[in-house]
Design a protein around this ligand. Structure first.
Ligand code: SAM
Length: 286
């Protein structure tokens, strides 16, 4: 297959197919060399907002036919793109970061694969990874929840649903809604470490951590602007080896009853709950 490498300077037409290209999440300098090569080499770029992508293409000195691909016209534009794929190379980009990640595209990818077209990804920036790695939270396991529902009840349900999972939870958030989510987290998860990453790769980048209550206080006094990733560390702060049930139980017993701790560890490890409960009682008595 004729795919570009970072050394391929000449503008070479690419093999027909769909190229999913990650673009910067703020700092245009984060575009990868392969992304530039691909954007230079494809016949068409499908994007969310032509102005946003036009600015990026101008920055890298590429002029390309753009077609708008967003939620409103999705099915019809997908049909058009699928029509092109047998003879043309099409890049899919979003306004920022990795396409499909809280952005449109998975149906297009599915349909292109089902139809037997070449589909490949040119990896690069994504806000969730940039946020996670600088948060200082335990990243052994994490769950990306995208955007939460708009209503308070929907948000609370969403957080309750994942509250028992032994992992860091990552969510996309907006400035006006951040304090609402922090309020719910303060009620549901008063002891978990929370982090807020804002305006990543941009001038006013920050990553602040604390309890939900502390962050709620801060962001009520300083209403946040810009783009936000909200994260909650795992329910216990100890970092156990995956199957070290004793360490997990000890960690949970600091805040939970033996029965609750046993249930949670049983769910996580698949071990017998009764045995774990006995172990929890013994540890509690120590
Ligand atoms: N596809 C993108 C990605 O790979 O990260 C995400 C697109 S989603 C529509 C936009 C959300 O991503 C924002 O509301 C924010 O939660 C998060 N986001 C994007 N850029 C960000 C940045 N520079 N700093 C913090 N969060 C960002």
């Amino acid at each position: 297959m004729n795919t570009p490498s970072s050394e391929s300077v000449p503008v070479k037409a690419l093999d027909p197919g769909l190229y999913i290209v990650a673009t910067p999440i703020g700092n245009l300098g984060d575009i990868t060399m392969r992304a530039v090569d691909v954007l230079r080499g494809v016949s068409v770029v499908a994007c969310e907002d032509k102005r946003v992508t036009g600015k990026l293409l101008k920055h890298i000195g590429v002029q390309k036919r753009l077609i708008a691909y967003h939620e409103h016209s999705i099915r019809q534009v997908e049909d058009e793109i699928l029509d092109m794929l047998h003879r043309e190379s099409v890049a899919l980009v979003s306004d920022a970061g990795t396409p499909l990640i809280s952005d449109p595209g998975w149906q297009l990818v599915k349909r292109a694969k089902d139809a037997g077209y070449m589909v490949t990804a040119i990896p690069g920036p994504s806000a969730l990874i940039a946020a996670l790695v600088q948060s200082g939270l335990n990243n052994r396991r994490f769950l990306f929840g995208g955007f939460m529902p708009r209503t308070d009840e929907g948000r609370a349900n969403c957080l309750r649903e994942v509250g028992d999972l032994y992992c860091t939870v990552i969510l996309y958030e907006t400035g006006p809604r951040l304090t609402k989510s922090l309020k719910i987290m303060a009620e549901l998860w008063p002891n978990r470490e929370i982090a807020v990453a804002r305006e990543l790769t941009k001038l006013y980048e920050e990553c602040r951590s604390g309890t939900a209550e502390e962050l709620l206080e801060h962001y009520t006094a300083h209403p946040p602007k810009g783009e936000i990733v909200l994260m909650a560390g795992p329910p216990i702060t100890i970092v156990p080896e995956e199957h070290d049930v004793e360490t997990m139980l000890r960690g949970l017993l600091k805040t939970e009853k033996p029965s609750q701790a046993a249930t949670r560890v049983a769910k996580f490890t698949g071990r017998d709950r009764k045995e774990l409960y006995k172990m929890a009682l013994r540890l509690k008595a120590e």
